[in-house]
Design a protein around this ligand. Structure first.
Ligand SMILES: [Zn+2]
Length: 210
């Protein structure tokens, strides 16, 4: 019979039994590499164990990504650099780093939006810079594009992919074939942009809480 592991790849596993009306078992990975499993009281131990067993590859993957993010961040701290347009840059000081990124973002993203909109045959829409942490861009119902100041950390070609992606939403609200065809008119390789984000965005997700 399967048993609930105490540790997976060196990360401790904590099981929380809930009395509330939770119906399903869930797994979350917390920094720095702690596994939290929540399960209703009435789910027997061997069912929880086999649930965990089936997701072991996923858990290992998430643990690896957590570790990579920690390593990336401690390297930046040691070198006293921050990422800017995909390069390491001296840590901005005045007046504070977040404001510095915001200022850069407002100017740079406005220009990229104008250039890429022209390529796509669109009028350049207004843009807003926000502090979103969980997404790199958005196109709202009024076709105003929102980008987080954090976007300025990524390489220029990835920023272009995200800007073109949001511009394409002005015409195509969903990610259908028409959407991708349209976005492709502005940036040559959408696939490599998506792949880069999939492989790297976890490094940037938790940088700089301030
Ligand atoms: Zn989209």
């Amino acid at each position: 019979m399967a048993k609930i592991p105490l540790v997976i790849n060196g990360a401790p596993l904590t099981l929380i039994r809930s009395r509330r009306r939770r119906r399903t078992v869930s797994i979350s990975i917390k920094h720095p590499g702690q596994i939290l499993v929540r399960a209703p009281h009435r789910v027997p131990e061997h069912d929880v164990a086999s649930f965990i067993q089936k997701r072991e590859v996923w858990i290992q993957n998430r643990l690896r990504r957590c570790q990579e993010a920690l390593d990336f961040q401690s390297k930046l701290r040691q070198e006293e650099t921050w990422p800017f347009l995909g390069q390491a840059t001296a840590r901005p000081t005045a007046p504070n780093a977040k404001k510095w990124y915001r200022r850069q973002a407002a100017a740079y993203l406005k220009q990229r939006t104008e250039i890429l909109a022209t390529k796509m045959g669109l009028d350049a829409p207004p843009i807003k810079i926000d502090s979103a942490k969980r997404r790199w861009g958005a196109c709202n119902a009024k076709n105003i594009l929102c980008f987080p100041w954090r976007l300025m950390m990524l390489p220029p070609e990835i920023i272009d992919y995200i800007v073109a992606h949001e511009l394409a939403h002005i015409k195509e609200k969903h990610h259908g074939p028409g959407f991708w065809r349209f976005a492709l008119t502005a940036v040559p390789s959408l696939a490599s942009g998506r792949r880069w984000l999939r492989d790297h965005q976890h490094l940037y997700a938790d940088l700089f809480h301030e």
